[in-house]
Design a protein around this ligand. Structure first.
Ligand code: NDP
Length: 462
């Protein structure tokens, strides 16, 4: 008889937990996965996927306006928000079904309910104790709300994705990925958006040119960005809300959304009782092998609060399964992970920002700001920004940044070259695909003179 009920017991059926479990099962491991909400996790049910579906939905507003410049006459187009939300929900149900089927096909045992660690090899769920040789914590994270008086009146991204009716005005507090993406969604859907940030600029950690360029484009779309503003209280005011600011001012709005970061789901899991160490942010401390402080217990994804991106959690999970069940030790490499902000226009980045690269050595900067060909006729006043950061000592392209249509798709491909260590010399030997926006990336020959600000490189109609 086997010593343990399972070879691997995964707590949390989000993207990371499911990927690890399926990969482990593919190598013959006996795997169980526990989920207390719905199989699919944040990305599929409350994050990346529904958000992107809403972005597709609202983006037609701009497409319809652009079409006029190309001779189309589209009168009377209007968004039925409730219909969009219902269609999104149907798609999420479909994906949830696919995840359940995939786990079933992989012979992973699915258990419903909140699992709790009760020993280094034991988990309790629904009044039963299961034993496992290895335990994987993949419990993700959830929105973190600051203790502002009246915060109970605010919604988070969870509520925003399920909003039954659009408000006339919304105030979004926060300047990170989620705040910026929802500012774009609501703005495109016709809502008056005010984004309230405590710092001087949106998207801390991103390249400064990205931050400035995107903020300028958002402002052109009538999104108001209130910088260096702290909210000190939220109070109902008739059918609306009044937000008090630290400077003694007030902002009236019909809906308040907070997107001020996420925190790891590590409470109520029995982690500390069995000796798993948490860090200051209550995230699980792990090494590069996803090993926690207790041998045999591992953690991946947002509950470890490292690089909180779905594909990273998936790579961590698959790497762990390779290590444990395929004699193929795989450490996670968190360098040069590409990422995107699905703002309007979107952002795509891979590698270092100019500021981060400058801390490591001398750099050359290549930058182009231009109006894409499509908008010469659409009439839309939107510019794309592309930027390369090159390490002068090695000639390596160590940062690629873009704000503009299709930036995430373009940067995904360029990330292959960056990850492979491409030099600027090799980069320059690449022939352009014409006429495209992406070709500008291989046409930037001259570094910009520092500290001069953006040069206009491909100004079709500047
Ligand atoms: P972020 O950590 O990206 O941003 C949090 C924002 O909230 C920052 O602007 C921060 O300001 C601000 N903030 C924090 N605390 C307060 C406070 N008390 N009062 C006012 N403002 C505050 O968090 P998000 O919630 O946007 O996203 C969480 C994570 O989810 C991201 O880090 C990312 O890993 C992931 N994600 C990825 C996406 C993608 O890949 N496209 C999309 C959405 C989420 P300051 O800058 O001053 O600290």
């Amino acid at each position: 008889m086997a010593e343990y009920d399972f070879d691997l017991f995964t707590i949390g059926a989000g993207s990371g937990g499911v990927a690890a479990s399926r990969r482990a099962a593919a190598y013959g491991a006996r795997v169980a996965i526990a989920e207390s909400v719905r199989i699919g996790g944040t990305c599929v049910l409350r994050g990346c996927v529904p958000k992107k579906l809403l972005i597709y939905g609202v983006h037609f507003a701009e497409d319809i306006r652009d079409a006029a410049g190309y001779g189309w006459n589209i009168d009377g187009a209007r968004l039925d928000w409730a219909k969009l939300i219902a269609a999104k929900d149907r798609e999420l149900d479909r994906l949830n079904g696919i995840y359940i089927k995939m786990l079933g096909d992989s012979k992973v045992t699915m258990l419903e309910g909140r699992a709790q660690l009760v020993g280094p090899n034991a988990v309790e769920l629904g009044g039963r104790t299961y034993t496992a040789k290895h335990i994987l914590i993949a419990t993700g994270g959830r929105p973190d709300l600051p203790p502002v008086p009246g915060i109970e009146h605010a919604i988070t991204s969870d509520g925003a994705l399920d909003l039954k009716r659009l408000p006339r005005r919304i105030a979004i507090v926060g300047g990170g990925y989620i705040a910026v993406e929802f500012a774009g969604i609501f703005n495109a859907a016709g809502v008056e958006v005010r984004q309230i940030i405590r710092g001087d600029r949106i998207l801390r950690g991103f390249d400064d040119d990205v931050r400035d360029h995107l903020a300028a484009e958002m402002t052109k779309k009538s999104i108001v960005i209130d910088s260096e503003t702290q909210i000190t209280g939220i109070a109902p005011a008739g059918y609306a809300y009044r937000l008090a600011t630290h400077a003694g001012g007030s902002i009236e709005t019909d809906l308040v959304m907070y997107a001020t970061g996420r925190r790891p789901n590590t409470g109520d899991t029995g982690l500390e009782a069995v000796g798993v160490q948490l860090n200051k942010r209550k995230a699980i401390a792990v090494d590069e092998w996803q090993q926690t402080t207790v041998p045999g217990i591992y953690a991946i994804g947002d509950c470890t609060d490292r690089l909180n991106l779905t594909p990273v959690a998936i790579a961590e999970g698959r790497g762990l399964a390779e290590t444990l069940f395929n004699r193929n030790p795989m450490r996670m490499d968190h360098n040069d992970v590409p990422s995107a902000v699905f703002s309007q226009p979107p952002v795509g980045v891979v590698g270092l920002s100019e500021a981060a690269a400058r801390k490591l050595g001398e750099v050359d900067i290549y930058r182009a700001v231009f109006r894409p060909m499509k908008h010469t006729m659409s009439g839309r006043d939107e510019k794309a920004m592309m930027k390369l950061v090159v390490d002068r000592a090695t000639d390596r392209v160590c940062g690629v940044h873009m704000v503009g249509a299709d930036a995430p798709e373009i940067v995904q491909s360029l990330a292959v070259a960056v990850k492979a260590g491409v030099t600027k010399r090799q980069w320059d030997r690449t022939v352009a695909v014409h006429p495209t926006t992406a070709e500008e990336f291989v046409l930037m020959r001259e570094p910009v003179k520092q500290p001069a600000k953006p040069a206009l490189a491909k100004g079709v109609a500047e």
